[in-house]
Design a protein. Structure first.
Length: 430
């Protein structure tokens, strides 16, 4: 691998001054220079639910330390649903608990608006920007500034068991959403599986993602171009009706209502389910003979759209970036770690784990060899829809989670749930 050059500590301190002056936050006390026998330790917050595994990240950290003997990385791994509150708590401290944090694209507006993280524009080259798809790069821009550097090109795909489909008389995956429904009906009627489909529909952020993705499969979004909720009509309403129908007809496993993404994946790779719509981390696990019972039958495909929708696929983005906390006293070293971890040279070593953020790697021969499904990935990625980028996103998400989950529990109808969402989200602006 092409080694990342070591910055001397005087350069690091200079970079810290530049970054702090750019964001306009009070200057935290700068960490003292390490002696030859000391190591400055960066504290990084990451999730252990999807994305790069703990093992891969620890490997990256060891390599970074070998290149930069004066800097070590100490990871804190938490569930995705714990990330936001831990970051907010760290931001409220006089000195950050975490120097580097994993930033979900949905927090870009909130964290940028509140000054929790520092803008990175001065550190980014035009060459870097040109090699990252605008859909990924722009997800971390708010008010014209970049608040995190893209790290994980996460988006949902269709993962399925080809052997199940062939046993039911199908040659391959569905081309439309209607065909997908018909395949699920056939799989159940023929007794191939009890529940053909599994997803993570517990009352968490993942439920919002799946609702956005299903609306995308119907050719639309939950919010209009002005950020106004419109899920009580068109694609948003049809999406929730479809999700409810799958549960009512026992095509979707009711366990989905209490399952997270790894749990849904486990149902697929155990052979219990035929279909799982999930994030990119599934592919590596379903092809691992130590974890999966369906290695030979495991396939990745497009997320089919409804008849009449022009797009060849519809999915949801879950892009994540690495950001530097504004109250960290190790900002220059934190940025150095981000440069390393997000670099094409490092991501090239882990193509079997995740789809890279760099377009040049996505289209490389090496990626095609390692991931024959890269073409499906590229098409799904090109048709990814986003959750709304609003400063009060946590409140919006909580409303959607509650109403959608109540609908799927058969407490209220799709029509009632979507009407309630629109009314309650609009009330946030009053």
């Amino acid at each position: 691998m092409k080694r990342v050059l070591w910055l001397n500590w005087f350069s690091l301190l200079a970079l810290a001054a530049i970054l702090l002056s750019a964001c306009g936050t009070p200057t935290p006390t700068v960490a003292p220079l390490p002696t030859e026998d000391e190591t400055l330790v960066l504290h990084a917050l990451y999730m252990n639910q999807a994305g790069y595994s703990e093992e891969v990240l620890q490997e990256m950290a060891q390599q970074f330390h070998a290149d930069n003997p004066g800097v070590g990385i100490n990871f804190t791994f938490v569930k995705y649903d714990e990330l936001h509150d831990k970051i907010v708590t760290s931001a409220a401290a006089s000195t950050a608990t975490y120097d580097v944090i994993l930033l979900d694209l949905i927090w870009t507006a909130e964290f940028g608006h509140k000054g929790y993280v520092i803008p990175l524009d001065a550190r980014i080259t035009e060459e870097q920007k040109a090699d990252i798809a605008p859909a990924i790069f722009d997800a971390f821009i708010y008010n014209g500034q970049l608040w995190a550097f893209p790290f994980l090109a996460n988006f949902q795909n269709m993962f399925y068991n080809l052997a199940h489909l062939q046993a039911a008389g199908f040659d391959g995956p569905p081309a439309t959403l209607e065909e997908w429904y018909a395949q699920m009906v056939a799989l159940k009627e023929q007794g191939i599986v009890k529940y053909p489909y599994i997803d993570s529909w517990n009352r968490k952020e993942g439920l919002v993602c799946d609702y956005v993705r299903t609306a995308a499969q119907f050719g639309g979004d939950l919010f209009d171009e002005n950020g106004q909720p419109i899920m009580d009509q068109g694609a948003g309403l049809r999406a929730l009706q479809f999700m409810r129908r799958l549960l009512d007809e026992e095509l979707a496993d009711p366990a989905a209502l209490t399952t997270d993404e790894p749990g849904a994946m486990n149902a697929l790779i155990s052979g219990a389910a035929t279909f799982n719509t999930n994030w990119t981390f599934v592919r590596g696990n379903m092809l691992d003979p130590e974890k999966s019972n369906i290695v030979a039958a495991a396939r990745t495909g497009l997320l089919p759209t409804a008849e009449g929708v022009a797009a060849p696929a519809g999915t949801v983005s879950g892009f994540q970036g690495l950001a530097v906390m504004a109250n960290s006293d190790k900002q220059a070293a934190a940025w150095r770690w981000i440069q390393f971890a997000t670099s094409a040279e490092v991501q090239q070593q882990h193509l079997e784990s995740e789809f890279p953020i760099w377009s040049s790697l996505q289209n490389s021969e090496q990626e095609q060899e390692i991931n024959p499904d890269a073409g499906f990935y590229a098409t799904n990625l090109a048709n990814a829809h986003h959750r709304p980028k609003v400063a009060h996103y946590p409140e919006v998400s909580a409303i959607i989670q509650e109403e959608v989950h109540d609908c799927l529990l058969q407490i209220i109808s799709p029509e009632e749930a979507t009407a309630e969402m629109v009314q309650r989200i609009n009330a946030l602006e009053e």
